[in-house]
Design a protein around this ligand. Structure first.
Ligand SMILES: NC(=O)c1ccc[n+]([C@@H]2O[C@H](COP(=O)([O-])OP(=O)(O)OC[C@H]3O[C@@H](n4cnc5c(N)ncnc54)[C@H](OP(=O)(O)O)[C@@H]3O)[C@@H](O)[C@H]2O)c1
Length: 175
């Protein structure tokens, strides 16, 4: 079982604008069947993990809930759940919820969708294994950060997918 942080970023390291817009991302060209593309990635995923802002973005922007996997949302608040969605709310340190997250994804991997600080919390706890970032051909100047803490990484793979530079890293753990 592997835990992945798989996301797209501006070249200057932001995954959304200050106002949580992803319009800049949808203006980029990406081959869904090209290197590091989403359909192949999602096949291996048994559970999703995200912070409250990412979840609220999905609630605002998806016509209907598209994930069949259990989705773990880190939040301190009571948030709405779309009809038919398997959404489980949690809070506190990732380690405290991790056994339950792992159990909810039997034989499959875990996808930390974002944001960058939550992915960093997983990394700090030694619970993040791989990072996949598609860097778009745009800078934002400010926004929601890709990473909020130092991580030691090993580069596994790099590729071009149309407008994106795709980088795949392993998180180097100290223990
Ligand atoms: N570019 C991409 O591919 C991509 C991918 C994913 C997300 N995004 C976007 O990036 C933005 C990320 O937003 P963000 O940086 O604010 O991150 P986020 O992780 O989505 O949300 C942060 C919020 O999650 C809650 N949270 C985080 N850690 C927690 C913990 N340990 N326990 C309890 N609650 C916790 C807190 O909310 P409360 O305390 O308010 O509950 C916190 O304010 C979103 O706009 C999202 O749509 C982009």
């Amino acid at each position: 079982m592997t835990t992945h942080f798989y996301t797209a970023s501006s070249l200057d390291g932001f995954i959304a604008t200050e106002e949580h817009s992803l319009q800049w991302l949808f203006e980029q060209d990406f081959d869904r069947d090209g290197p590091m593309a989403y359909p192949k990635f999602i096949e291996r995923i048994g559970a999703l993990v995200m912070g409250a802002s990412t979840y609220e973005w999905l609630l605002r922007n998806q016509e209907s809930w598209e994930y069949t996997q259990p989705t773990w949302v880190f939040t301190h608040r009571d948030l709405a759940v779309p009809e038919g969605a398997d959404v489980r709310f949690t809070s506190g340190k990732p380690r405290e919820a991790f056994d339950d997250i792992e159990t909810s994804a039997p034989g499959k991997d875990i996808w930390v969708m974002g944001g960058g600080d939550l992915a960093g919390q997983f990394a700090e706890a030694g619970l993040l294994d791989e990072i996949w970032v598609q860097f778009a051909s745009v800078t934002l100047g400010s926004g929601q950060p890709l990473f909020t803490r130092p991580l030691k990484l090993e580069l596994l793979e790099v590729a071009r997918n149309r407008d994106f530079v795709c980088a795949h890293h392993r998180v180097v753990k100290d223990h």
